[in-house]
Design a protein around this ligand. Structure first.
Ligand SMILES: Cc1cc2nc3c(=O)[nH]c(=O)nc-3n(C[C@H](O)[C@H](O)[C@H](O)COP(=O)(O)OP(=O)(O)OC[C@H]3O[C@@H](n4cnc5c(N)ncnc54)[C@H](O)[C@@H]3O)c2cc1C
Length: 392
């Protein structure tokens, strides 16, 4: 029977980063993942066919990915750096945030999720402390004072810590009987990959409109990922349109600054909020979306997950350094203490923005436009908000 220090269920972006960060500490790590990410295809690169799932990677996440030796490969493949962030509802109240305001060369990068995962996997495969078990699935586990016995589809493993990085519907969380608070939002999101006539690759912007936000995320070349938030029924209707019909709808509803586009690909995603009541229970630890799923309004989901990774690594490194049992519940709870409030704040902040902009009343609309107007002209407030969003 394979025995490891940490078993991570879920080899997505957060699970893979967790595995590397703990292997860096000299721990023996195993990763269980259902499906392998498809390889990066050079031919696909030349045809500029982008994945639908992309993330706005913050400066803090970039730092973590660099530390894990995964960032350079991502940049060598493809990503789009942005230096400005624009937000508005009515044109008169436009706020623009600039990297220079926080003394940084850029605000972040838009990267395809699969490329982040793939680059981390390359590092996992090269790391002698890591065993990758894929395709493999979690079936059940039991824990006692000394270990967790984990039953997978084709084998049984013993581990000191079991880490759930298995996403919003985490099986680890369910089997550990960790409850959640949460709900499904009225809105869904439609992701639309487009080629653009107008190049505006150094900015990401979001316009709040009556139905929901309309966001522009730049991709390399004259490409972009559009995020269209709307009521579920409307997203369902949009998802049934042909690319050509959707293109007409985009021209009709997105702001003029987008210019002419051609729709290449599209997909609809439900929006949920979930927050685990505990991040640590005995020897079980939750990270990333298994612990918290947030409204993607400000593109913070995986960035919060990467902050979990950094916090867990720090807690375990300190415990090892001071000769403590790093797998003891009271030690692992320090990780939860470090992360819960920050995650909750971000989730609540997103919900406040969601609720404020979903309110159609004229006084509320006036107030939020004043808010954006003032934010644009208050340099200290602006740079603080920007630094927080960038995770620095
Ligand atoms: C529309 C939309 C836009 C978004 N935009 C952004 C953005 O711009 N920036 C940002 O930071 N975040 C964004 N997010 C959020 C981000 O996508 C998630 O936070 C992120 O994918 C979570 O990563 P994860 O590794 O925790 O979970 P996941 O990506 O869900 O990965 C979980 C992994 O676990 C595996 N798995 C599941 N169950 C099992 C099992 N039983 N056994 C083995 N393996 C298992 C899965 O196959 C998967 O690989 C967005 C989300 C949505 C819906």
């Amino acid at each position: 029977m394979l025995k490891v220090d940490c078993l991570i269920v879920g080899g997505g972006m957060v699970g893979a980063a967790t595995a590397l960060s703990l292997a860096e500490l000299g721990l023996k790590v195993a990763v269980v993942e259902v499906k392998q990410p498809s390889p990066f295809d050079e031919e696909q690169q030349s045809q500029a066919v982008f994945d639908l799932r992309v993330s706005a990677i913050s400066l803090a996440s970039e730092q973590l990915l660099s530390q894990l030796n995964a960032w350079q490969q991502i940049k060598d493949w493809r990503s789009c750096v942005y230096k400005r962030l624009g937000v508005w509802e009515d044109d008169i109240a436009y706020a623009e945030f600039n990297a220079g305001e926080i003394g940084q060369p850029h605000l972040g990068h838009i990267v395809e999720n699969r490329l982040i995962q793939l680059s981390l996997w390359q590092q996992l495969q090269a790391n002698s402390n890591v065993t990758l078990l894929c395709p493999e699935q979690l079936v059940s586990f039991t824990q006692d004072e000394s270990q967790v016995l984990v039953e997978l589809s084709s084998q049984t493993l013993a581990t000191k810590i079991l880490i759930g990085a298995d996403g919003a519907n985490s099986k680890v969380r369910q089997l550990a009987e960790i409850g959640i608070t949460g709900w499904d939002y009225q809105q869904s999101a439609m992701l639309v990959n487009v080629t653009t006539e107008v190049g505006q690759q150094d900015i990401t912007w979001q316009k709040f409109s009556a139905g929901g936000p309309l966001a522009f995320l730049p991709m390399p070349g004259n490409n972009a990922s559009l995020v269209w938030y709307q009521q579920k029924a409307e997203i369902k209707r949009l998802a049934q349109l042909s690319n050509r019909q959707l293109q007409d709808e985009v021209h009709q509803h997105f702001p003029k600054r987008l210019g002419k586009v051609e729709v290449v690909n599209k997909g609809a995603f439900p929006l949920t909020r979930r927050h685990a009541n505990d991040y640590v229970k005995g020897r079980v630890v939750l990270v990333g979306d298994s612990a918290h799923t947030i409204n993607p309004l400000a593109g913070q989901g995986v960035n919060l997950g990467f902050k979990d990774v950094a916090a867990l690594q720090t807690v375990i490194a300190k415990a090892i350094g001071s000769g403590e049992n790093y797998h003891a519940e009271h030690v692992l709870k320090r990780y939860e203490k470090a992360r819960r409030m920050d995650n909750l704040l971000m989730m609540t902040g997103m919900d406040a923005i969601y609720a404020t902009f979903a309110n159609p009343s004229t006084p509320v609309k006036l107030l939020r436009n004043i808010g954006i107007f003032v934010a644009h002209r208050a340099p200290i407030l602006k740079s603080k908000a920007l630094a927080y969003a960038c995770g620095i």
